[in-house]
Design a protein around this ligand. Structure first.
Ligand SMILES: NC(=O)c1ccc[n+]([C@@H]2O[C@H](COP(=O)([O-])OP(=O)(O)OC[C@H]3O[C@@H](n4cnc5c(N)ncnc54)[C@H](O)[C@@H]3O)[C@@H](O)[C@H]2O)c1
Ligand SMILES: [Fe+2]
Length: 398
């Protein structure tokens, strides 16, 4: 039986251009959007890995001029970074934006798009849902991690260091026009970042399947992404040059992005955003630590859905031989096996302690977690005491 929600919306407006050498289509895609002087947002790691060079070559071949390049994006972008990049966009009369990087770069580029479109000088004056009214600048994203799915989402997570929080900017106008998925761009990712960002993508797909805005469309994307990630993440971590694994993972992260941009994410992200804001651990690492804990927390209210995920995650034989009531627990066992394997292969931390969080930060993380916006979409509410229990478990690993 299908439990259709009485009302739901689903929106996936980003054009996907995917394939080996897909980046070579960049000038054509910009031209389609009538863009002439793109502003490139990236970071030093991307430049060092030679990825900016691939894009520059593609632009040269298309005889299109780059207006300016901002390559100072730090991990976890902030309001000041966005304001500084927007200034460079304006000084160079750019007319469009190309983001080349992981979630930090993509979200910075979304922030820049807000500031330059609204002709403002400070992103913090443009906070709040749906304050953006003007059509945005043409915006193309080339993801280089297979994780956040930000290339197909309507959210930008931008930190406000003054308050140790990451603020979500959400608007239908923030969707990029085009996402270019090219396995060449993820091939240089080190094993630990591959593992962490892959766990972020897996978390998006799993949370999308039980969160309050789930619907038959988001379910389809979530299940497809889980099946892809469960078969290929370990391969991509083991051998970064495995092009097939890189290609599947790059697409899987985008598919998972479509799922959660519609169904939203829940308690794993509330806890993870809080740990990221307070202790500055990478988002994917936080997801890997909190995923089994969040799944277990949701079993009393969403055990049926969590159990169903055993099918895409472990295949039909495992699903068939596991009795229905045991399926959610078996799923968690297998997620833990995957985490262990990734830990062995790449050193991915499995506890908050291993990730460098200090015990005296746990209370503050709990306080932030119960105030995080994602909790609103989780099927089970969480109070401060429960949050602290889950965080302690994540700290000790038991
Ligand atoms: N907007 C959304 O929908 C959304 C969803 C989830 C997470 N996020 C945000 O995304 C951010 C995390 O993004 P991320 O996990 O993609 O990591 P990231 O962008 O912070 O990148 C991590 C590091 O990996 C390096 N790197 C990236 N790609 C590489 C490559 N191909 N080769 C070599 N090095 C490479 C970068 O230089 C950087 O040093 C967080 O701020 C998180 O809050 C946003
Ligand atoms: Fe995430």
């Amino acid at each position: 039986m299908f439990n259709l929600p009485d009302y739901f919306e689903f929106f996936a407006p980003v054009k996907i251009v995917s394939g080996r050498k897909a980046v070579d289509n960049l000038p054509y895609e910009l031209d389609q959007l009538q863009a002439k002087r793109p502003f490139i947002v990236t970071d030093k790691g991307i430049e060092k890995a030679g990825l900016l060079e691939i894009v520059k070559k593609a632009m040269d071949a298309g005889e299109m001029e780059i207006g300016a390049i901002y390559d100072e994006t730090p991990p976890d972008s902030s309001i000041e970074v966005v304001n500084e990049a927007a200034k460079l966009f304006r000084e160079n009369n750019c007319d469009s934006i190309v983001a080349i990087g992981g979630g930090s770069v993509i979200d910075t580029a979304k922030g820049v798009n807000i500031v330059v479109t609204e002709n403002a000088d400070d992103l913090s004056k443009l906070m709040g849902a749906e304050v953006l009214k003007k059509p945005m600048k043409p915006f193309i994203v080339i993801p280089t991690t297979a994780g956040t799915g930000s290339e197909v989402t309507l959210v930008a997570m931008i930190s406000n260091p003054a308050e140790d929080v990451k603020m979500p900017f959400t608007s239908y106008r923030l969707f990029p026009n085009t996402a270019i998925i090219d396995p060449r761009m993820t091939m240089t990712m080190p094993p630990k970042i591959t593992a962490a960002t892959g766990m972020d993508a897996l978390t998006h797909a799993m949370e999308a399947y039980y969160c309050n805005q789930k619907n038959p469309f988001s379910d389809g994307y979530a299940i497809t992404a889980i099946s892809m990630i469960s078969k290929y993440l370990v391969r991509a971590v083991k051998d970064g040059k495995d092009e097939e694994a890189r290609y599947v993972m790059a697409n899987a992260a985008t598919v998972a992005g479509v799922a959660f941009s519609n169904s939203m994410v829940g308690v794993v992200h509330s806890l993870g955003h809080a740990a990221g804001g307070v202790a500055h651990i990478p988002h994917g690492v936080a997801m890997a630590i909190f995923l089994p804990i969040g799944l277990e927390f949701n079993i009393p209210v969403a055990g049926k859905y969590i159990g169903e995920l055993l099918l895409p995650f472990a295949g039909p034989e495992e699903y068939a031989r596991t009795p229905e009531e045991k399926r959610p627990y078996r799923l968690i066992e297998l997620v833990n096996q995957l985490r262990e394997e990734l830990h062995q292969l790449s050193g991915l931390p499995l506890t908050l302690k291993e990730a460098g969080v200090k015990e005296d930060q746990l209370e503050e993380i709990a306080e932030h977690a119960i105030n995080d916006g994602s909790l609103m979409f989780n099927p089970r509410d969480m109070d401060r005491k429960e949050a602290l229990e889950l965080i302690r478990k994540a700290y000790e690993g038991k």
